[in-house]
Write a protein that binds this ligand. Structure first.
Ligand SMILES: [Zn+2]
Length: 418
């Protein structure tokens, strides 16, 4: 197996491979991401193919349950943890399966091909949390961010119902985490495959480094899925939920309400005279969800608010000076001069850190590093500030991005340049 980026993602939730029959002739196998397998009279239907580096082990697990060939594959969305690695599941000499995906997935794969370097860097930050992971990703096979070896053969637009070997599969489109998302429902077996539209945690509907996500479409998809009250829910991640149809629907509706309220409150602020976008996260009150499973371990709701602003607005922060700004280093040099020199600024940063005002310490540390990237004491204090920040954050995305910032600071590199 060639090295894949996911192998290097030390903080990407590592899980042991497991598989089970969730209902008659239907299997769910998962490690870091999951696949669902429907056995039919004409072979197997696979929903997703998992992470490339895990696909051989997943395929082996599948063969504990069934020796039938893969007849049809349905891809829930084009993220790398769901679509690569089909080869591992195919039997020797079997016919090429039908591979079904939403038509927007083609644009995604094209985009990945054009942004391989960028995607390697942002995924290193999001999952690895360190800039040095970036270096280890240089040997990647390009295909992991481009088209898979087995591209989709059937594209659908609004929705599709197929019958494979006597089994009905409803294929639904929803815009949520991505614009190419699919969820699948099998009425005969009462199984719903949600892809990443439901993950039993708050939705990551505003990834800070990635393309637009769709909180409103996500809410719609969740409500549509909730009407099914599925006896078996197989998600793109985590273990399946069996025999809890009311609870599943309740959770889906809870997240839908959360997203819709967040959109409404953000739009109210935008309509209230378009305040500077930089401050809007302080003005929108976040809807409270009093449920033990609703814990922001993966990302922060602030990111969703910014994502809504981006969807409805432009890129400008709203600060007049930032419409056509001076370079960061020029501005930072002025700030250091105002402070009376680097040493004074460092003293202030340390004070803010000691006083528990870590957000302000981070702002000031950015200026220090941008003005004096080669100054060892600046590098060291900035690295400390950001590792402390990472420590204090609750969600994985923030932790990893701040950890990466700390490592960049050690190297005297302002965060975003290589
Ligand atoms: Zn996923």
């Amino acid at each position: 197996m060639p090295q894949t980026p996911i192998d290097a993602y030390t903080t990407f939730a590592q899980r042991d491979l497991s598989g089970r029959e969730v209902t008659e002739d239907t299997y769910h196998i998962f490690a870091r991401s999951g696949i669902t397998v429907f056995e039919t009279d004409d072979g197997l239907v696979l929903v997703d193919t998992g992470i490339y580096s895990e696909s051989a082990a997943m395929a082996e697990k599948l063969r504990d349950f069934s020796q039938e060939p893969i007849e049809t594959v349905i891809l829930t969305h084009g993220h790398m943890d769901h679509v690569y690695g089909l080869d591992a599941y195919l039997l020797d000499g079997q016919d090429e399966p039908t591979i079904i995906a939403h038509e927007n997935m083609a644009d995604r794969f094209d985009r990945y091909e054009r942004t391989i370097g960028y995607n390697e860097a942002i995924n290193a930050r999001q999952y690895g949390g360190t800039a040095s992971v970036y270096g280890r990703l240089e040997n990647l096979e390009d295909s992991l961010f481009g088209w898979p070896d087995h591209p989709p053969t059937t594209w659908y637009k609004d929705g599709l119902t197929i019958n494979v070997g006597g089994l009905t599969l409803e294929i639904h489109h929803g815009k949520g985490e991505t614009d190419d998302h699919t969820w699948v429902y099998c009425p005969e077996r009462d199984v719903l495959c949600s892809g990443d539209l439901f993950a039993n945690v708050p939705p990551n509907a505003g990834n800070p480094q990635k393309v637009q996500r769709y909180p409103e479409g996500w809410a719609t998809a969740l409500r549509e899925m909730a009407t099914k009250e599925p006896r078996v829910l197989c998600m793109g991640h985590f273990a399946p939920i069996v025999d809890q149809p009311e609870e599943v629907s309740h959770r889906m509706r809870t997240i839908a309400n959360f997203l819709d309220t967040l959109v409404e409150r953000t739009l109210n602020e935008l309509n209230n005279g378009a305040p500077p976008h930089t401050d809007i996260v302080h003005r929108v009150s976040i809807p409270e969800v009093d449920e033990p499973w609703f814990e922001e371990k993966y990302h922060d709701t602030e990111f969703i608010i910014r994502n809504i602003v981006r969807y409805y607005g432009g890129w400008w922060s709203g600060r007049p000076s930032e419409l056509k700004p001076a370079s960061r280093s020029e501005l930072a040099t002025e700030v250091v001069a105002l402070a009376g020199g680097t040493e004074n600024l460092l003293t202030r940063i340390q004070q803010k850190l000691d006083q528990g005002e870590i957000k302000l310490a981070c702002h000031l540390a950015d200026y220090a590093l941008e003005a004096a990237p080669d100054d060892k004491s600046v590098q060291s204090l900035t690295a400390t500030v950001y590792s402390e920040r990472a420590e204090q954050e609750k969600d994985g995305v923030s932790k990893n991005i701040f950890t990466a910032a700390s490592e960049y600071a050690e190297d005297g590199r302002p965060f975003c340049s290589r």
